[in-house]
Design a protein around this ligand. Structure first.
Ligand SMILES: C[S@@+](CC[C@H](N)C(=O)[O-])C[C@H]1O[C@@H](n2cnc3c(N)ncnc32)[C@H](O)[C@@H]1O
Length: 277
């Protein structure tokens, strides 16, 4: 019944917008924050700038960007999910951040509600849109000449694996990739991005691979393991796998957690920094 009342973008977005996903995004941002800040600073983001957060989710990075640019700057967070937009609105009001503007916007359908921006940040969004070339062109249109575009997107999702070999986790990773593709996305989208950026009128200024290898007991273990825990029930909800498939998967994950030899290798991210020509 409740599902019937959800707007289509909440229902259909492959990862979902439920509380467990919000918690996962918060933990994920905390974990990646040091690398993200390195990328922002290397790309020249700083006080007084106007920065776009493209596909902001509940806005964990937008809030950090607002702190970085300060009250003389501005952050425009674009997000399609009504729920995420409302959560970020609430948080900006709570923190009194007048310079963080949140816009409910579909990157594939709506015109960019910003122009002349100094920089744009986009993480784990290009892998979910139906037309990444359009996304890149729209960001190009929103930036000033010389503006920076910083992207973190997956380049080789299948590097996500638990050592020593865990067949159910390997099957899970393959199913994740199939589910994103069935939804019109492309998990390994970063393979296409350099060419799309150049074609749209950007010059690539730097690239670097980003990945982690984590062991049970380390706090970061919760990132790759937590995604199995939140997305397995989502795959059941989407009707892609049987509940018993998810139960066996979670049992294998629990076994891995007891194995002192276990190592989780995360899906490889490519950082791309580009300048708008
Ligand atoms: C994995 S989340 C990443 C959120 C945020 N960038 C972060 O790194 O925490 C992907 C986000 O992209 C948003 N998204 C996907 N397709 C979109 C579209 N066509 N227009 C706007 N947002 C979109 C989703 O709603 C979701 O919030």
């Amino acid at each position: 019944m409740a599902r019937m009342q959800q707007p289509a973008q909440e229902r259909d977005y492959v990862l979902g917008t439920h509380d467990a996903e919000v918690e996962r995004l918060a933990f994920q941002h905390d974990l990646w924050r040091p690398r993200v800040r390195e990328a922002w600073l290397a790309a020249g983001l700083g006080p007084g700038q106007r920065v776009l957060d493209v596909g902001a989710g509940p806005g964990f990075a937008s809030l950090d960007l607002a702190e970085l640019v300060g009250p003389l700057g501005q952050v425009v967070a674009l997000e399609r999910s009504t729920r995420f937009v409302q959560m970020l609105h609430q948080e900006t009001r709570r923190r009194g951040l007048d310079h963080l503007v949140v816009r409910e916007s579909d990157l594939m359908l709506d015109a960019m509600p910003a122009s002349g921006m100094d920089a744009a940040w986009c993480r784990w969004v290009a892998c979910f849109v139906s037309d990444p070339a359009l996304l890149v062109r729209r960001v190009h249109g929103a930036l000033r000449r010389g503006g920076a575009f910083v992207m973190h997107e997956y380049v080789d999702y299948a590097t996500y694996r638990c050592l020593p070999g865990r067949p159910r986790i390997e099957a899970f990773v393959q199913e994740v990739m199939r589910s994103w593709r069935a939804d019109g996305g492309e998990p390994d989208i970063a393979r296409q991005l350099p060419a799309l950026l150049e074609r749209a009128g950007f010059r690539i200024t730097s690239t670097r691979p980003l990945g982690l290898a984590v062991r049970p007991g380390e706090p970061a273990w919760h990132w790759p393991a937590g995604f199995v825990r939140t997305f397995a029930p989502r795959l059941v909800e989407l009707g892609r796998v049987e509940p018993s498939w998810a139960e066996h998967l979670l049992a294998e994950l629990a076994q891995a957690e007891q194995d002192p030899a276990a190592v989780f290798v995360t899906p490889l991210v490519l950082e791309i920094v580009a300048e708008r020509l």
